[in-house]
Design a binder for this molecule. Sequence first.
Ligand code: G4P
Length: 556
Amino acid sequence: MSTIVDSPESALPVAPAAAAPSSNAVALASRRAREIAKRRTFAIISHPDAGKTTLTEKLLLYGGAIHLAGSVKARRATRHATSDWMKLEQERGISVTSSVLQFEYEGFQLNLLDTPGHEDFSEDTYRTLVAADSAVMLLDNRKGVEERTRQLFEVCKRRRTPIFTLVNKCDRHGEDPLKLIQDVEADLGIDCFAATWPIFTDDVFVGVYDRRHRRVHMFERSDDRGASRAGVVDADIQDPRIHELVGDAAYARLTADIQLLDAAGHAFDHQRVLDGTLTPVFFGSALTNFGVEPFLREFLELAPPPGPRTATTGEIMPDQNGFTGFVFKIQANMDPKHRDRVAFVRIVSGEFTAGLSVLHQRTGKQLRLAAPQQFMARERVGIEEAWPGDVIGIMDRGTLRIGDTLGGDGTMEFQGIPRFPPEHFARAIPADPLKRKQFDSGLRQLTEEGAAQVFFAETSTGSQPIVGAVGQLQFDVMAFRLEHEYAAPCKFEKMTYRFPRWLTGPKAEVERVANGQSRMRLFDHKGNTVVLFSDAWALRRALQHEDTVTFHETQP
Ligand code: G4P
C-alpha cells in the first residue's frame, strides 16, 4: 500500500549567500560532500527477458530493502493494489512505467532508475538515462547483445555514460564467455575488461574469479531458488581450498583463461571506465544470486558518484550551493486513490528539504516543493531531505513539464533532455460525447506526461483531437488509461499521415505551404502550425522545394 506522508517544513538550514561562510554553511557543505560521495544513480539497460526484474529484485535483496526476493515479482500479480494503471502492465506482460528505487548497501545509497522494458516506450527510457550517472548493461548469456540493448547502449555511448556489463543466466549453458566478450566489442564498439570470470565445474556454474582482487568466490546453491543470499566461500586464487573445491580440470581451465585474458585482453583503466570507452564485464546468475554480490561491490567501487549536468550557463556541479534539478519524467495517476500527478526531479546540486521553495525557471515563479516522495520497491515514502543524484517525486497540479529546470537564479536552464517527434498519428474519438470534459482533461494530462502529444485540426476549441505518439502501443495505453482513470472510453482511429514538421516563416507562406498537396495541417496545443505528410516522398519534395519557410522536427 502506498503511504503519502506530508513532509514537515524545512529541516535543514538553507545555505546563506554571505561572503564569509558561516559554520552552518561549512557543516552543510561537508555533509553534502559525504552524501554525494556515497550515492550511485544508475539504470539497467537490457532487452526484454534478459532478467532485469530478477536482477532488480536481487539488488534489493542484497540491499536489505526486501527480505525475500520474489516479492517484487509476487507483487506483479497483485499490482492493482498499488495502481490500476499497472493492470495494463500485467495484461500486456510489459513494464510500462519507470519507477525509481532507492536502497542502501554497505554505506552506499543506490538510486536505481528502472527503465521501461518495451521498445515503444523508448522516449521515456532515453530521458531516464539522462537522469542516470551510469548504466548496467544486462545480457543473456545465450543471446549476447540484442536489438534493444543496442539502441539503449547507443544513447549511453552518446552521453559517455559509464557502462557496466553483467552477463546473466550463467547457471545454464550459454555462449562461450570469450566469444561473448568479443561480440560485445565488435557489435558495440566498446572495449571490455573481464572483471569477473565464470568458473564451471563439470559444466555447472560454481563461482567467479575476481581479476582485480585476485579472489575466487565460490557459491553454494540455496534450495529456495535464489530467494535468499547465496552462500559464499571467498578466498585467494592460490588458496588450496579453492583448487580442491573447483576440481583439477576446472582449475586448469581457469588458470589458462586468466593467462589468456591477462595477455590478450584490455587492461583495466578506471578513467576509461568513467569515460565510457571501457566496460567492466561481470558474469553471474540473477536467479541463483551467483556473482551478484561481487558485481555489486565492484560496481559501487567503480561507478561514479553523481556528476555535473550541462546547463545554458555551463556545467552545474553537484557540490555547488543552492538546489537545482530538472524534471525528466511526469506520471499521472500513479495511485488512482490519490488522483495525483508526480513529476520526477533529478537533483543536480545543493540539497533538497521538504517544503523548499525554488524558482521554476520556465515561468519565473517560485514553487514550493511540498510532499516530495521517494520510491522504495514501488512504495512511496515521504522524505525530508535529498541530495544530488537523488530523484524525488513532486506532487504537481499541472505546472511542471518534462525538461523544466528548478532552482538557480533564473539565468540558467538544463540542457540535453531529448525530445522525439511523434511517428504515429490517430484521431481520438470519445465513445460518449457526454464525457467530453473528462476526455479532454484526461487527454491533456496524459499528454503532459510527455509520451504523446495532442494536436488539433482547427484552432477552435472543441475540435477533434489528434494524438501523435512515438510508438503505436501508446494508443492502446492511452485508451486504457482514459477509460480506467478518467472514465472516458475512446477509440483511436489511426491515420496514414505522418512525418510531422513545425513550420515557421512569413505568415502567408506558412499558410500556403501548410495547405499544399499531400499534406495535412494541424495545430499544436500552443496554436503553432504543424504539417503531416502522406509519405516520405511528399516530405522530401517539400523539404527540397519550399524554401520560404523553415521545417522543424520538434516544436521550435
Ligand atoms: P526482464 O525483466 O528483463 O524481462 O526479465 P525477467 O527478470 O522477468 O526474467 C525473464 C526470465 O528469465 C524469467 O523466466 C526469469 O526467471 C529468467 N531469469 C532471470 N535471470 C535468470 C538467471 O540468472 N538464470 C536463469 N536460468 N533464468 C533467469 P520466466 O520463465 O519468464 O519467468 P519465471 O516463471 O521464472 O518467473
